[in-house]
Design a protein around this ligand. Structure first.
Ligand code: PGA
Length: 248
């Protein structure tokens, strides 16, 4: 049976004091959903989110981690710190981290390896800019992003990851990729994973689409052959909208 994971990416939104009530409300609204539900909240909201999600179907994730275990990295957060808080998922290599904070395919790879080593489930983001799409290099670029992100990652470990395809031009712009555009790239991701790791990892892998997912377009997107749910930004900040997407 096709597997679905819908993850919310709150980005730099919501206060710690708003978090518990929101997660509890969301948990009630998504109860019984077929899709697994994840909320990736700011570091400052993690404690409240983990506590509020206990005993519910909502899983909690962080939005980043550092690839070293500890040390002189002012302002950074390690995998052990997240694991110690019972955080289960972590977004890695979101395009905003690549764009504003200098993350590269190589740092993404280091973070994927560290997250897996510590037992966190990575949501690895890939995606092209509008310029790259217009150049006709989308598939080449995505293939290379996936290959570098998964360097020195075994098949067994790759199977624990989620890959999120997020075209940069569709993030926060209200401009969603068409179902066919989104599925074409998600299918290409499955092909590269098949080349690297074989059929069972490729067939079982959760590949999400992200970029202006809304309750009104979720069903069509998630109904495509190679899309197993979504990574949702703006619409994950309203419990009705997010629940509507989860229950597509
Ligand atoms: P959006 O963001 O849903 O607001 O477009 C998606 C994301 O950045 O993960």
């Amino acid at each position: 049976m096709k597997k679905y994971v819908v993850a919310g990416n709150w980005k730099m939104n919501k206060l710690p004091s708003e978090t518990a009530a929101f997660i509890k409300e969301l948990a009630l609204k998504v109860e019984g959903a077929v899709a697994e539900v994840v909320a990736c909240v700011p570091y400052t909201s993690l404690a409240a989110a983990v506590e509020a999600a206990k005993g519910t179907c909502v899983k909690i994730g962080a939005q980043n981690l550092h690839f070293e275990d500890s040390g002189a990295f002012t302002g950074e957060v390690s995998a052990d710190m997240l694991v110690d808080m019972d955080v289960e998922y972590v977004i890695i290599g979101h395009s905003e981290r690549r764009q504003y904070f200098g993350e590269t395919d190589v740092t993404v790879n280091k973070k994927v390896i560290k997250a897996i080593e510590k037992g966190l489930k990575p949501i690895v983001c890939v995606g092209e800019s509008l310029e790259e799409r217009e150049q006709g290099i989308t598939i080449d670029l995505i293939r290379s992003q996936v290959k570098i992100a998964f360097m020195n990652v075994s098949a067994e470990d790759a199977a624990k990851c989620i890959i999120a395809y997020e075209p940069i031009w569709a993030i926060g712009t209200g401009k969603t990729a068409t179902d066919e555009q989104a599925n074409e790239v998600c299918a290409a991701i499955r092909v590269v994973v098949r080349e690297l790791y074989g059929d069972s990892v490729a067939d079982g892998l959760v590949i999400q689409y992200g970029g202006s997912v809304k309750p009104s377009n979720a069903a069509a997107l998630f109904g495509m052959s190679d899309i197993n749910g979504g990574l949702v930004g703006g619409a994950s900040l309203k419990s009705d909208d997010f629940a509507g997407i989860v229950k597509f």
